[in-house]
Design a protein around this ligand. Structure first.
Ligand code: MTE
Length: 327
């Protein structure tokens, strides 16, 4: 039987752990964190099994998530790919633009305002926000509407932790996410490619689903700017564009909010944007996907599963809905 580790899964399960493995993992860790100060924190971040600290970010420790579906067995995409092949139009529309230009983004100090239909509105300082709940390691598939996918080891916690804290009123039906739009930090704002600030939204029950996540880190480190520092949304059963980066405002509202992509091309982008291999985007088939890192000459495309493979967890949210109409 293949072990989880064989499949590229980086957290050894308790039953797999032998003292020798523990020792070897420790040695890797020590090397990785030169000096070993971070040993106590022991981020379960996937970097460790690869034997090297992947980036330059500060460590951000999480513990293995127990949320059902939060730890895909798919092999995580390399850190170098996750942080160099990005969509973050505030820094340009080329995949390489965010890694190149997002150095001007200042992820601290940072606040996130929560307003609208909640009993406890307020502005969270980033540090306070990060302390709302224990940080968890989760490994999610990310499917972009353009036809590629990745597997990303995020660090963060369920968005529901924040939702519960601010106590939505009975009028709150949707949640809108607005992200930073500062021309001084974001050269891409000069282009009119999207309506700024970048706006995304979820139905309240989607926002409450435990798989919907606020992410603060990747691979056991704080998010690099190009991945949406210091805090972003991750909704693994929806196309990647729902996962708004560098969030500054969260609004609870009674009507379905307009999203930037809907405003740009309503016939191409619906509000729901659930991954659905049966409903093609006008320009890209959604039936199959190319996994980043597997793109050799003979690499086969993978079939895209309904809800990006999260149907057992989220299918019920859409019971009885016509998903062709509500795409
Ligand atoms: N958030 C903002 N603020 N601006 C963007 O352009 N692009 C989205 C989403 N979040 C985007 C954004 C798209 S199209 C995708 S596929 C994902 O971010 C990509 O996330 P990644 O670069 O971390 O893989």
């Amino acid at each position: 039987m293949r072990t989880l580790k064989d499949r590229g899964f980086i957290h050894p399960t308790a039953s797999e752990m032998t003292p020798r493995q523990v020792y070897e993992d420790r040695r890797g860790l020590l090397k990785a964190f030169a000096g070993g100060a971070a040993l106590a924190a022991l981020p379960a971040g996937a970097a460790l099994a690869q034997g090297a600290k992947p980036g330059k970010g500060a460590p951000l420790a999480g513990t293995k998530s127990s949320v059902p579906g939060a730890l895909t067995m798919d092999k995580p995409t390399a850190y170098a790919d996750i942080t160099s092949y990005n969509n973050f139009y505030e820094f340009g529309t080329d995949k390489s633009d965010p890694a190149r230009y997002a150095g001007t983004l200042k992820p601290r100090p940072w606040t996130v305002a929560v307003e609208g239909e909640v009993k406890k509105p307020g502005t969270f300082d980033l540090d306070a926000l990060m302390k709302l709940a224990p940080m968890e390691d989760r490994i999610y598939r990310l499917r972009c509407v353009e036809g590629w996918s990745m597997v990303v080891p995020w660090v963060g916690f369920s968005l529901a932790e924040l939702v519960k804290r601010v106590e939505p009123t009975g009028n709150a039906k949707y949640v809108q996410f607005l992200t930073l739009a500062d021309r001084a930090q974001m050269p891409g704002l000069r282009s009119g490619v999207l309506d700024w600030p970048y706006s995304e939204g979820l139905r309240l029950d989607e926002a409450m689903h435990p798989l919907a996540m606020l992410a603060f880190g990747v691979y056991g480190e704080v998010l690099p700017n190009q991945n949406g520092a210091p805090v972003r949304l991750v909704v693994p059963w929806k196309y990647g564009f729902k996962s708004a980066k560098s969030i500054v405002k969260i609004r609870f509202v009674d009507k379905q909010p307009k999203t930037s992509w809907e405003l740009a091309a309503p016939q191409e982008y619906g509000f729901y944007s659930n991954v659905n291999p049966q409903v093609d985007h006008p320009r890209w088939s959604q039936a199959t996907e190319r996994r980043i890192g597997e793109d050799g000459l003979f690499a086969k495309k993978r079939p895209t599963p309904m809800f990006n493979g999260y149907e057992p967890q989220v299918g019920q949210l859409y019971a009885g809905m016509d998903l062709r109409k509500f795409f």
